[in-house]
Design a protein. Sequence first.
Length: 280
Amino acid sequence: MPSPRIVALQPSISVTLAALGKLDHLVACTRWCVDQVPELTARNLPILADSWSATKEDLAQLAQLHPDIILASVPYRMESLAAILQAGPPVLALSPKNLADIHSDTRLLASLVHASQEAEVLITHMQQALTEVREKCQNAAPQKVYAEEWGKPLIHSQQWVNELVEAAGGTPVGLPNQHSTPEQIAAAAPDVLLLAWCGAGDRVPLERVVEQRSWQNLRAVRERRMFCIPDEFLNTPAIPSLLDGLACIAAAIHPEIFPVPARLIQVSPQNDDSLGSFLA
């Protein structure tokens, strides 16, 4: 069968293709794809808007690229999804909700590029990592964990993040994608606070968040158990990214068991600001 020419409109697509060894199929991607898959830099692919921000004008050059399929994934904006569907080429729009969905999507992408065996290796690696973390945590004291995807309004992280938290010996506070208030989170008295804001990378201003939400007296804050986890580690539904997220979550919940990754940032008086506009 011929190799499909693929346009990736979310980094989860490019990250998965990279893990499968199939980046040669890409004929265009987003700037977020390049950020998360550095080897794409040398390929000089056309850069398109993603499935959250794309407009009909952004996708006008698709006809010149002659793709066989457009691959998109969460997050979507309705106007952007409409523009993608009207662009011309066939569209595969993924919308995973949990780890099982992400595994299924991995298999689906692999089937398009004839890499089913590679997908099974990748999925097995994820399952083994989850099992190993669970086994190391089985005798540890349970911890209540609040994981946040956005800061204004406060939005809880996705279901797949809750599953990673549970594997690492945590009990998620609240429901996936639920909106909350600072007061509701404070009342829940979480042991650990994990902030991974979409689009913020690893630049969540932890100290400013504490100040603006009046969280100074939260035990998690007093004990410096408030962390920024890089956005792409929790909000990119691709196995390689979530493996990094699992390592960060496990270290944040049980630092006595797991090594602390370099990009896990802990609240401290010296680590102030840089994204004040997110809270304006």
